[in-house]
Design a protein around this ligand. Structure first.
Ligand SMILES: NC(=O)C1=CN([C@@H]2O[C@H](COP(=O)(O)OP(=O)(O)OC[C@H]3O[C@@H](n4cnc5c(N)ncnc54)[C@H](OP(=O)(O)O)[C@@H]3O)[C@@H](O)[C@H]2O)C=CC1
Ligand SMILES: O=C(O)[C@@H]1CCC=N1
Length: 316
């Protein structure tokens, strides 16, 4: 589903309050997208975190989001509860929330690596839980959100999530097992792109361009390439070939990228983020014995969920 949703979707989205447990970067960028897209009014967004003087809290307040240092205030006011705390904080936050949430809340966790069953085990048995991944590009309606449903979530919950997150980018349901790899791809992805744009403009500055012009053209090249791939449906190799004139400039540049291991580096980057995501689940678990052995199993390609459950690492 894309950001070009219809009027009925707008009506549904503005009907509901959204609460962020954790008022950090994710909460800020997502709130900016939701408000600026017109999906929801800022006054319908609640957010909480312990520190009241952090820059993200200041920015959220400036946007019009209703902030409280007390998670209870956010829980009481919100129907959709977005968990936007670090994975290692999750066990403590879930313990706190377990006394406050009920089946009227839809609880959507964005915590990297923290799986649905470990969340459900900490909450009341009828809690409606979803696990999701997205990226900060929600702020400009170009986010890439995926979600997986927990044991109690209903079809209408998925529809509601698609309506809301479709306003700030693409959204689709996936198998939970894919979310760690998706974190490595599109969760972390904008960071790879920002580094690429910065480095590309460094190259252009080296060759004489002013920084602003270099940055704008570098960014537009990435936007254009992404849009062209999605809109044409063509293989990236075919689109790349069309730019490489025989004996021309681009193929000389690509030869340098190949020699530097460009593609291999990107593959390694996605793998590293995915593996790290699986390790983060260790931090989201209270009781992990033999952490080093578990980390080795993760790097050997085993899925953490299975390893931990076999070891009884998650407390019921
Ligand atoms: N940033 C991103 O691009 C993405 C992040 N995510 C996930 O979102 C989550 C948040 O990431 P991000 O926003 O980058 O991290 P931040 O560190 O920016 O934000 C985390 C927030 O959680 C708050 N917090 C800490 N303890 C509690 C608590 N007990 N109750 C309520 N809030 C608390 C922090 O407050 P304080 O500063 O006061 O400690 C902070 O505001 C992570 O799990 C991450 O994996 C997912 C997709 C993309
Ligand atoms: O770096 C992280 O752990 C989070 C998850 C994806 C993007 N940021």
């Amino acid at each position: 589903m894309s950001a070009s949703s219809g009027f009925s979707i707008l009506l549904k989205a503005i009907d509901m309050n959204v609460g962020f447990i954790g008022a950090g970067n994710l909460a800020l960028y997502m709130s900016q997208g939701l408000v600026r897209s017109g999906a929801i009014r800022a006054s319908q967004i609640f957010a909480s975190s312990p520190e009241t003087k952090k820059p993200t809290v200041k920015d959220l307040k400036e946007l019009g989001v209703r902030f409280s240092p007390d998670n209870k205030a956010t829980v009481e006011k919100s129907k959709l509860l977005i968990l936007a705390v670090k994975p290692k904080i999750m066990p403590y936050v879930l313990d706190e929330l377990s006394t406050m949430v009920n089946k009227d809340h839809l609880i959507m966790s964005f915590a990297a690596g923290v799986n649905i069953s470990s969340i459900e085990k900490k909450l009341p048995p009828d809690a409606r839980v979803m696990r999701a991944m997205t990226n900060t590009c929600c702020a400009v309606k170009e986010g890439a959100t995926v979600y997986a449903s927990g044991k109690n979530s209903e079809t209408s919950d998925g529809e509601m999530i698609e309506q809301i997150f479709g306003r700030v980018g693409t959204v689709e349901e996936v198998e939970e097992a894919n979310i760690d790899a998706i974190t490595g791809l599109s969760g972390s992805g904008p960071a790879y792109a920002f580094e690429a744009i910065e480095a590309l403009s460094d190259g252009a500055v080296k060759m004489g361009l002013p920084r602003g012009l270099a940055m704008r053209l570098g960014a537009q090249s990435l936007i254009g390439a992404g849009r062209m791939l999605l809109e044409t449906g063509k293989h990236p190799g075919e689109l790349k070939d069309a730019i490489c004139s025989p004996e021309g400039a681009t193929i000389y540049a690509l030869h340098h990228l190949e020699k530097g291991g460009f593609r291999s580096l990107l593959i390694d980057a996605v793998e590293a983020s995915c593996v790290r995501t699986r390790e983060l689940q260790l931090q989201g678990s209270e009781d992990t014995t033999n952490v080093e052995a578990i980390k080795k199993s993760i790097r050997d390609g085993l899925h953490l969920q299975e390893i931990l459950e076999n070891n009884g690492a998650f407390k019921k």
